[in-house]
Design a protein around this ligand. Structure first.
Ligand SMILES: [Zn+2]
Length: 450
């Protein structure tokens, strides 16, 4: 794990994790009286070299640090008591860290939150807060990895101002593959620092990122800390193009479509939903899609309007085998959702049209429930590690068994090199740090910085 330190006059920026690697961002901004942390991400690739969640779990932050999966950061973490059942709320009361800001709820940006020192307040966007709530409500009280006593009541919105000691933080809503993603303007004693988190310019909400760039134009930016996930073999597809391709598949009426994508990616779901709406098709959602997409519907009035526009509660149904669901919390959550949108038992379903969730789709094939020609669509990124590849191969074997061809229809959640170049040309920061990237130097040089 490579740590880098960047000194301004009274301010120091430390990239504890996330440099020269994709994932696990932890950025510290130190000022004379304390410091702030931006993202507390888990490096999933490193974690998965030793552990499998939840069957082979880790034993808390000390173990993660000793294996170099998480960086050593003074004052950042908790200590576990009672064999990992309880975080020690007395531990680290005197920490110099006065806040942790979460850019968005992808694991590589918040995954170490359960290990956080319970004396540090956490700031996140309102959307992230309710996604978090859904996660907490489904979580069991695992040892060494639970949400007990975390201070997660502080939320912000687009362009809120948060002042902590000498630092003023302004979050800007940006477009990414999960709703409620933010970049931060951090005004320090030594000028403005930008931390972008993950962002893109080619999604459905293009205007969000553009708005952020326009707001910053003309600002004197000392340091621009940007993601640089995509460098090589970049598939340059926009979300609108994804939507058109999906619509094309949906126009083939005599087919069952089985679609896999991230259940948190509301932009992708809107592409799927609007295409289904326009082609007169109906959607059956596996449990995890039913839970997360419906929670967007219930808790976010802006998203609800968009979902209503394409008949979410009319053309979509959950596929939930409620009698086999042993998890009480999950069952409660599903019952709550069902007062907004219905679900049906998969074994009692009649003619199923489009299915969200490849595993559920395959189960329905095994049960002989899908009667038409079948097409599978992977609408997510390709597997990026060995484990993912093994799982993918298994899926392909089952698809082969049922004579189902598969396609990939996807647009990335990350900025592409030419988009980044355009942004930097407009903002002209004094210096740049590229994180969340395997090629930080290549990008920096490409952008014209030494
Ligand atoms: Zn992300």
């Amino acid at each position: 794990m490579e740590k880098i330190t960047y000194k301004l006059d009274k301010t120091e920026v430390v990239i504890h994790s996330g440099y020269k690697t994709i994932g696990g961002n932890i950025v510290e901004v130190k000022y004379p009286d304390g410091s702030l942390i931006f993202d507390i991400g888990l490096n999933i690739g490193l974690h998965n070299q030793y552990f499998t969640w939840p069957t082979k779990p880790h034993k808390g932050i000390d173990e993660l640090v000793s294996l170099d999966i998480a960086p050593r950061v003074d004052g950042l973490y908790t200590r576990w008591l009672d064999e990992g059942r309880t975080p020690d709320i007395e531990y680290g009361v005197d920490t110099h860290i006065n806040g942790v800001f979460i850019s968005h709820l992808h694991l590589d940006h918040y995954g170490l939150i359960t290990q956080l020192n319970r004396n540090i307040p956490i700031y996140m966007g309102e959307t992230s807060r309710y996604i978090m709530e859904v996660k907490i409500r489904q979580a069991r009280n695992y040892r060494y990895n639970n949400y007990k006593d975390l201070q997660i009541d502080k939320t912000f919105r687009n362009k809120s101002h948060i002042v902590i000691d000498d630092i003023r933080i302004t979050p800007y809503h940006v477009d990414h593959s999960i709703p409620g993603a933010y970049s931060f303007k951090i005004e320090t004693l030594d000028g403005v620092i930008i931390y972008t988190g993950d962002y893109r310019l080619h999604g459905q909400e293009e205007s969000l990122t553009m708005d952020f760039i326009e707001e910053l134009e003309g600002e004197d930016i000392e340091l621009y800390i940007t993601e640089g996930t995509r460098v090589h073999d970049v598939e340059y597809t926009t979300e609108m193009e994804v939507r058109e391709k999906l619509k094309h598949f949906m126009e083939m009426e005599e087919s069952n479509l089985i679609i896999e994508f991230s259940p948190l990616d509301i932009d992708r779901f809107l592409s799927i939903l609007s295409a289904a709406y326009e082609t007169g098709r109906s959607i059956y959602m596996d449990e995890k899609y039913f839970i997360y997409l419906s929670n967007y519907y219930i808790y976010d009035s802006k998203l609800r309007k968009k979902l209503d526009k394409y008949g979410y509660t009319d053309i979509c149904r959950g596929l939930v085998d409620i009698d086999r669901l042993r998890d009480r919390k999950r069952r409660e959550l599903i019952e709550e959702i069902s007062s907004y949108i219905d679900y049906i038992d998969p074994s009692e379903s009649g003619d199923i049209d489009i299915i969200l969730g490849i595993d559920r789709g395959l189960d329905m094939c095994k049960a002989g429930k899908l009667k038409r020609d079948k097409i599978a669509i992977f609408s997510n990124s390709e597997p990026f590690n060995e484990e993912g590849e093994i799982d993918f191969k298994k899926t392909i074997n089952w698809l082969t068994k049922f004579n189902i061809p598969s396609y990939r229809v996807h647009a990335s959640g990350h900025i592409s090199p030419i988009e980044l170049k355009d942004i930097v040309n407009r903002l002209k920061p004094r210096d740049i740090i590229v994180i969340h990237s395997e090629y930080p130097e290549l990008i920096k040089n490409m952008l014209g910085y030494e």
